[in-house]
Design a protein around this ligand. Structure first.
Ligand SMILES: [Zn+2]
Length: 252
């Protein structure tokens, strides 16, 4: 596929709108890093409430906020941090009915969701809406990260056509997450989102970085677009959010 100019997706920081989808293990460090980045608008989407058992990896939330919606707790954090822009909160589960409308409001999206259902839904919505996004996933000591420019560079479905069947991969709740591993990946996601906004050529596009905190290793794997990709290929079968079958999540 032809090379493209990432400047196509550049937006001046002060006008830039960044959505962080998920305000948990990845979203917390991403939001902490974005708070002082000078972006104009930060959106936070999460349907959950702050839970004591997750606080070790959800560093922006505090014990006094247990029981509050994570979106409200995240907004408080951003204000406490001196974030000078606007905060938009979406205290709702992003689903086929609302996800396109939400992602379309933003210039770049950070995938800080914790379920495969949400990750694939976000991938499809961002590709269909033409929004660049920064995917990451973390489990136990490991994680991976990739930046996607819609219909320019490989998307999540170019690598994995569909989500793994429910129950085949342990959930964060079942397997646990090293808080510091989520912290590393979330901070990298923020850096990637800012590089997208700045039009940098050196984002993690068409490559996946696999991080392993046990060996403290970062392994880069080149990837490329799949012409048979169901959402960004030459003959996509997913033209709208209604076209894909998103599996239910065991941990929803
Ligand atoms: Zn694709």
């Amino acid at each position: 596929m032809a090379a493209f100019d990432p400047k196509e997706f550049a937006v001046p920081r002060e006008r830039a709108r960044v959505l962080v989808a998920g305000a948990g293990g990845l979203g917390s460090p991403a939001l902490a890093a974005l708070a002082s980045s000078g972006v104009g608008v930060i959106g936070v989407a999460d349907s959950d409430v702050v839970d004591l058992s997750n606080l070790h990896r959800q560093v922006i939330h505090v014990t006094a906020g247990v029981g509050l919606p994570k979106t409200a707790s995240a907004e408080e954090f951003l204000k406490r941090s001196g974030f000078g822009g606007a905060v938009l909160t979406f205290q709702t589960r992003l689903d086929t009915g609302n996800i396109m409308e939400v992602v379309s409001e933003f210039d770049v999206v950070v995938d800080a969701c914790d379920t495969f259902r949400s990750k694939f839904m976000l991938n499809d919505a961002c590709v269909l809406a033409g929004r660049p996004f920064v995917h990451a996933g973390v489990l136990q000591f490991e994680g991976q990260i990739m930046t996607i420019y819609p219909e320019r560079t490989a998307c999540l479905r170019c690598l994995f056509e569909s989500p793994p069947p429910p129950g085949s991969v342990p959930t964060c709740q079942e397997a646990g997450v090293l808080g510091a591993a989520a912290g590393v990946l979330g901070a990298i996601q923020a850096a990637e989102a800012l590089k997208v906004l700045d039009g940098k050529k050196t984002t993690l596009s068409d490559r996946v970085v696999a991080f392993d905190a046990r060996h403290m290793s970062f392994r880069t794997v080149p990837v490329s677009r799949d012409p048979g990709c169901p959402v960004c290929g030459t003959k996509p079968r997913i033209d709208s959010m209604e076209d894909a079958n998103y599996p239910p999540e065991a941990c929803d």
